[in-house]
Ligand binder design. Structure first.
Ligand SMILES: Nc1ncnc2c1ncn2[C@@H]1O[C@H](COP(=O)(O)OP(=O)(O)OP(=O)(O)O)[C@@H](O)[C@H]1O
Ligand SMILES: [Mg+2]
Length: 153
């Protein structure tokens, strides 16, 4: 199951994130974010966190691989695998599955840098840069939980 959403401004991305936050707040989700540098992976994550009531500053966790935000209505785990060292790849690939379970929300930027296709219930969001303010969000869901979230957007 998949859908495409055009966001013609940062405000429209915020609107999509607000709906997304509403759709995941009761169940949690595992979300892989794809797209070039500057596509908007962190921006989208930051807006979702805002609507979940998270008070911590949401930034690209590039130097620590994982940030955790616990001040909102559900815990958010924010991975960025961009600077993952080769040796870390197999460890992280095994660990990620644990973050797909339970009522938590997990975002993974640069999930393509883990070496396995993640075989569990997940949402994949591919953000295409159209121009300075426009982005195309391609969303797809695999698994029942993720499909029902996508239907609510
Ligand atoms: N419609 C839009 N949606 C999302 N971001 C937008 C939009 N229009 C402009 N932007 C800007 O694009 C930039 C996106 O940067 P962001 O850090 O989110 O990218 P990223 O995909 O996380 O990159 P990286 O791979 O470096 O982590 C931000 O400065 C944001 O304000
Ligand atoms: Mg980022």
């Amino acid at each position: 199951m998949s859908s495409v959403v055009e966001c013609n401004s940062l405000e429209q991305t915020e609107k999509l994130a607000e709906k997304f936050a509403d759709a995941v707040k009761n169940t949690g989700a595992f979300v892989c974010l794809y797209g070039d540098v500057g596509a908007g992976k962190t921006a989208f994550t930051r807006f979702v966190c805002k609507y979940l009531g998270i008070k911590e500053k949401v930034t690209s966790p590039s130097f620590v691989i994982l940030n955790e935000y616990k001040s909102g209505i559900l815990p958010v785990y924010h991975f960025d695998l961009y600077r993952l060292e080769k040796e870390g790849v197999s460890t992280i690939s095994n660990e990620l599955e644990e973050y797909s379970e339970g009522k938590i929300l997990t975002f993974v930027e640069w999930a393509e840098f883990s070496d396995i296709t993640l075989p569990f219930d997940k949402i994949e969001i591919n953000i295409n840069y159209i121009d300075e303010n426009k982005r195309q969000f391609n969303l797809s869901a695999s698994g029942k939980k993720s499909e029902s979230i996508l239907k609510r957007l």
